[in-house]
Write a protein that binds this ligand. Sequence first.
Ligand SMILES: [Zn+2]
Length: 121
Amino acid sequence: MHTHTTPITTAAIAAALSTARAKVADNKRWYNALSKAALELAASPWCWYATVNTLKIASRTTPGTWYIVDNNGCQCPAAKKQNPCWHAAAKRLLERAGEVAPVAPAAPARDSQADVDFLFN
Ligand SMILES: [Zn+2]
């Protein structure tokens, strides 16, 4: 079950994952965090607030606990010890996924010639 405020497709996450993995290929901890993040995004409930770059995601180890990951980082025990955590990796993936597949733009305003004629003639 996923709850999204912004539709981000699995394909967009997969694309973001391959890009992100390439960037951290020499950093095994981040690489592993990214891999775990992609798995967890498929398995755990989460909510992505694109406008404020914030991810709310369920703790894997503490049922009923949710972590908020924003531009200041994550609140989980690993992050507090300055370790790469998969929550932060998941946030990066979702940011990138949003860039890969931007939210569909709103339908263009109907600015038909008839309306223009009505308003200005
Ligand atoms: Zn974390």
